[in-house]
Design a protein around this ligand. Structure first.
Ligand code: 3PG
Length: 229
């Protein structure tokens, strides 16, 4: 495939490496980026807070451009594509340089396209049936979405009972007030959310607020990990 980054960093990432990195970082910024020009500044703001990853959602037309821009400007960032709903979007994300894909639910066509292209995928799953669908597809890391609305920490703990080998990325309704509670649930790899990359900050170019909120999130992760060690 082509190398949209121009620096030789495009291409499929190793799924185990993506999982390891997300687990180490502990939070996944879910960013709805208004335009490609905000991309490099967003990356800068997150790196300044010690968070070298971002999930750019396909909820705006700027998603692919933003992914390519960050891969080029900040190759040290792990860049994912989020809210990928179709197999075509998965292909566009891959061509833009996305290193992983996140979907809100379990879409067999999207999963198949990602796997065919060697692109790590974290599909949404919030019921035992959806988790079994993921397992059938050889996937052991799922996005637990929408986390708070689906039943929150209590429900996630119950799901973890039969699915010991599954790693969860709870997302949806998580913020600084409940992040530590989710990180304490066995099986949680990292928590996703938009609370520290709020759309209005990106639109208003308020990257100082991004860095401040992201640093607060990183501090909660560090405290949780220190407590668990
Ligand atoms: C997502 O797309 O992953 C969610 O909309 C993020 O949820 P949040 O905005 O409640 O953090």
């Amino acid at each position: 495939m082509s190398d949209p980054t121009g620096n030789g960093t495009a291409g499929a990432a190793d799924p185990a490496d993506v999982v390891e990195q997300l687990g180490r970082i502990g939070v996944v910024p879910v960013a709805e980026i208004p335009d490609g020009e905000a991309a490099a500044s967003l990356a800068e703001a997150l790196l300044g807070a010690g968070i070298p990853c971002v999930e750019i959602t396909f909820r705006t037309a700027a998603a692919a451009d933003a992914i390519a821009a960050i891969r080029k400007s900040h190759p040290e960032m792990l860049v994912g594509a989020g809210t990928v709903l179709t197999a075509d979007q998965a292909a566009i994300a891959r061509d833009a340089g996305a290193q992983f894909v996140v979907t809100p639910g379990f879409g067999p066509a999207v999963v198949a396209r990602c796997q065919a292209g060697g692109l790590p995928i974290i599909p949404g799953a919030c019921t035992p049936t959806e988790i079994q669908m993921a397992l059938d597809a050889g996937i052991t890391v799922v996005k637990f979405f929408p986390a708070e609305a689906a039943g929150g920490v209590r429900y996630l703990r119950a799901l973890g009972g039969p699915f010991k080998g599954i790693r969860f990325v709870p997302t949806g309704g998580i913020d600084a007030s409940n992040l530590a509670d989710y990180l304490a649930v066995p099986g949680v790899l990292a928590c996703g959310g938009s609370w520290f990359v709020r759309k209005e900050w990106l639109v208003g170019r308020d990257f100082a607020s991004v860095t401040a909120a992201a640093a607060a999130a990183a501090a909660i992760v560090a405290a949780a990990r220190a407590g668990a060690a």
